[in-house]
Design a binder for this molecule. Structure first.
Ligand SMILES: [Fe+2]
Ligand SMILES: [Fe+2]
Length: 200
């Protein structure tokens, strides 16, 4: 039976993953991206809602295993930050921790395999594997177009909200789905207005 995204709350999984949620502001990023994932799933009923939502919930818990100073230095402010060592490590650690979380929550090998396949390489794999993977990628990006996402990212990247808004506007073409791109564009217009980015 088709699982509807709005019916899936996954509270036991959130509870079990909670110890990993303070790292790198996961406790802001992941709830916001989880909501974006639901909105994308509403536009893509052919995707597997449970797999996508589990994957977005757990995709970044691997940051827990990595030192925050190292994350900022290598993960954001180095020239090739998207392919830096910490990026690969947070994916590998994410797979390891996600397996434990999902097994403890009673999920079987099929679900664990499908979720971990998305987590492994979610930032570094050049091409997504399939629709579930593409939806998780877009949900992962969309939160940065919100006021809250920009507020967090400016400190990570050490730039102004205006410069960051311009940067992510230039990245709209990288969205995997039309729905994701349209949502990002609409959200950025709201964010620019709320943060007075036409002036400051
Ligand atoms: Fe990530
Ligand atoms: Fe992420």
């Amino acid at each position: 039976m088709q699982v509807l995204a709005e019916d899936v709350r996954l509270d036991p999984v959130w509870r079990r993953a909670e110890p990993y949620m303070r790292a790198r502001k996961n406790d802001v990023h992941i709830p916001l991206s989880f909501q974006w994932c639901r909105r994308l799933l509403a536009k893509h009923p052919e995707a597997d809602a449970e797999i996508c939502l589990l994957a977005i919930l757990l995709h970044d818990i691997g940051w827990f295993a990595i030192d925050m100073d190292e994350i900022v230095a290598q993960g954001f402010r180095s020239e090739n930050f998207l392919t830096s060592d910490v990026r690969y490590r947070h994916e590998a650690e994410g797979v390891r921790l996600a397996r434990e979380v999902l097994a403890d929550c009673g999920y079987g090998d099929n679900v664990i395999g499908a979720v971990c396949e998305i987590i492994d390489g979610h930032d570094t794999r050049p091409e997504p594997h399939h629709l579930n993977d593409r939806i998780v990628r877009d949900a992962d990006k969309l939160w940065r177009y919100e006021v809250a996402g920009i507020a967090v990212a400016v400190d990570w990247f050490g730039i102004t909200p205006s410069a960051y808004a311009d940067q992510i506007e230039g990245e709209l073409a990288r969205f995997e789905t039309e729905a994701g791109r349209a949502m990002a564009e609409a959200e950025l217009a709201i964010t620019r207005d709320r943060l007075m980015l036409h002036v400051i």
